[in-house]
Design a protein around this ligand. Sequence first.
Ligand SMILES: Nc1ncnc2c1ncn2[C@@H]1O[C@H](COP(=O)(O)OP(=O)(O)O)[C@@H](O)[C@H]1O
Ligand SMILES: [Mg+2]
Length: 263
Amino acid sequence: MSNLPKDFIRINNVSRRFQSADSEVVALNNVSLDIPQGQFTAIVGRSGSGKTTLLNIIAGLDTADEGSVDIDGQQVSNYSDRQQTEFRRRTIGFVFQSFGLLPLLSAAENIDLSLRIAGAGMRDRQQRTSELLDQVGLSHRSDHRPYELSGGEQQRVAVARALANNPPLLIADEPTGELDSTTGAQIFSLLRSVADSGVTILTATHDPFVMEHVDVVREMSDGRLLPQGEGIVTSRIIPDKKDKSIPRQRTALRPPTVPRRAP
Ligand SMILES: Nc1ncnc2c1ncn2[C@@H]1O[C@H](COP(=O)(O)OP(=O)(O)O)[C@@H](O)[C@H]1O
Ligand SMILES: [Mg+2]
């Protein structure tokens, strides 16, 4: 079997329109994008360009009007709601702009809850929670509740929680939107190390620091995905636009290390 990375996500000619009282918004206009396993991809673009809509359709939280989405060789765009929910549970970890931690639970308990929902036993949960807190550098904050943590620390807990059940895909919509730039850079650096462990990551962001950490940046404009290296936001975060090579693009990705799950 080949060890070359295969496309983990294949988005083909996806369109999504929203109807309001007197007009129609084309949120996604014929978007196609292939993402290899283990790649860290950032979608940039102005507010309203369609980033969240694209992420939501990939995540199965919204449905395309046209086109198809394949994840890990499965055409999830044809799944029923119930199949989508099950697929999401097994396949995708989510990180949100506003962290989304439960305020009455400690850092460890927030992570533990994800494992508990997935049916893990107590001993496994304890071990996995402590591993995850260690991975995100927060072993010393395990008993703290969200209000006792900084924004950056809360987002680290949220990343740990998203990774709890070993999803092969992490989706992060504006994960640094509520953080200062230094803290934001630390979160991207953490996500970089997660990608290096074989997890495919897709993020939407305005953050110029994203460039230093991701493999590929793609820009959306008015619902369209621009060719790689093009766009107004991209030209700001990639200073020398004539040099089309993306600085951190690697020539070879590691072989996939994500354990396969039973279907
Ligand atoms: N549920 C919705 N109903 C109506 N319009 C929507 C809805 N979701 C998004 N839109 C519109 O679609 C466009 C793209 O939105 P979005 O994907 O949220 O952009 P971004 O995340 O890049 O800011 C915007 O014009 C937005 O107003
Ligand atoms: Mg958005």
